[in-house]
Ligand binder design. Structure first.
Ligand code: NAD
Ligand code: LMR
Length: 332
């Protein structure tokens, strides 16, 4: 029997991530090739005509799984009955801007959209915040939508996770699908800690630790970490726009694994509300290694954290605490 359609909201849908993301959702990349969807697309009035153009293209692409499109500048209409909300809308970082510069523009958007989601989305709606500062926007959304369970609010660090997989695969000249269990700890910013201490590679002789295969501590602690931390800025420098196709693809990965589950023996990175695991302060949305089952994520427990890693985990937590204070000062 055909499944009922799932309603997926994409805010900022006329923007560049939105333009890459909506066809992926309509094609089944996010929720599976047997899952019909109804797309809700929100943007602001100056982008209304462009948004309508995206709607026209979705109709023209004749996606078999796409059962309806709502394209609107009205946040209430956009949020009505949505099961999944991908929050991309906001002001993007331009070349030369620090992420903190975009804070004041974006946290007030997330405060007001929190209320709209709380009032109008379906019960148990899952929320993924992509717009920067992603962790802090997600935290503001959580704080101003107290009736949405905190386990339902997340932010995107899967792009950083995928970037780390990509860097290891290039270094070792192995397929990216054979690399797994890297971790992104902390903030989606240049203080994030890409950690390969528990990562492995599938080889003809079985699974091997990345640390054993790379055996170049200088690269792992230097170029590897810096490349992943700075990749967003490198793409802005090269394209003059922030990453879009990789961000859209990673957003699909994030929701797919959350809803359909992570493969056995594999974890992924998600920005989620800290419960104090690994001595990360509560009250922050922080990226952890997680596994997902039955539509729920759980933080992977018991991983060894050496002294070097501990400092990195704490540093990015400190930045998130500062961002939180700054966000509240922008709202007051
Ligand atoms: P963009 O400027 O192309 O698109 C943003 C869209 O949001 C625009 O169409 C704009 O009109 C719309 N918008 C602005 N205010 C809005 C509001 N109040 N409600 C609804 N829509 C609104 O930007 P983009 O390149 O698509 O990037 C979107 C965001 O994603 C940026 O904040 C960017 O920094 C962030 N980003 C995050 C990651 C990540 O991994 N977390 C990766 C890449 C980009
Ligand atoms: C990215 O990681 O590509 C983006 O978050 C960069 C940015 O600041 O928009």
């Amino acid at each position: 029997m055909a499944k009922d359609p799932v309603r997926v909201l994409v805010t900022g849908a006329a923007g560049q991530i939105g333009y890459a993301l909506v066809p992926m959702i309509a094609r089944g990349v996010m929720l599976g090739s047997d899952q019909p969807v109804i797309l809700h697309m929100l943007d602001i009035p100056p982008a209304a005509e462009a948004l309508n153009g995206v709607k026209m293209e979705l109709v023209d692409a004749a996606f078999p799984l796409l059962k309806g499109v709502v394209a609107t500048t009205d946040v209430t209409e956009a949020c009505a009955g949505v099961n999944i909300a991908i929050m991309v809308g906001g002001f993007p970082r331009k070349e030369g801007m620090e992420r903190k510069d975009v804070m004041s523009k974006n946290v007030s958007i997330y405060k007001s959209q929190a209320s709209a989601l709380e009032k109008h989305a379906a019960a148990n709606c899952k929320v993924l915040v992509v717009a920067n500062p992603a962790n802090t926007n997600a935290l503001i959304l959580k704080e101003f939508a107290p009736s949405i369970p905190e386990k339902n609010i997340s932010c995107l660090t899967r792009l950083d996770h995928n970037r780390a997989l990509g860097q290891v695969s290039e270094k070792l000249n192995v397929q990216v699908c054979d690399v797994k269990n890297v971790i992104i700890w902390g903030n989606h910013s240049s203080t994030q800690y890409p950690d390969v201490n528990h990562a492995t590679v599938k080889t003809p002789a079985g699974e091997k630790p990345v640390r054993e295969l790379v055996a170049d501590d200088e690269w792992l602690k230097g170029e590897f970490i810096a490349t992943v931390q700075q990749r967003g800025a490198a793409i802005i420098k090269a394209r003059k726009f922030s990453s879009a196709l990789s961000a859209a693809s990673s957003a699909c990965d994030h929701i797919r694994d959350w809803v359909l589950g992570t493969p056995e023996g594999t974890w992924v990175s998600m920005g989620v509300y800290s419960d104090g695991s690994y001595n990360v302060p509560t009250g922050l949305i922080y990226s952890f290694p997680v596994t997902c089952r039955n539509g729920e994520w759980s933080i992977v427990q018991g991983l060894g954290i050496d002294e070097y890693s501990r400092k990195k985990l704490d540093l990015t937590a400190e930045e998130l605490s500062e961002e939180k204070a700054l966000a509240y000062s922008c709202l007051s």
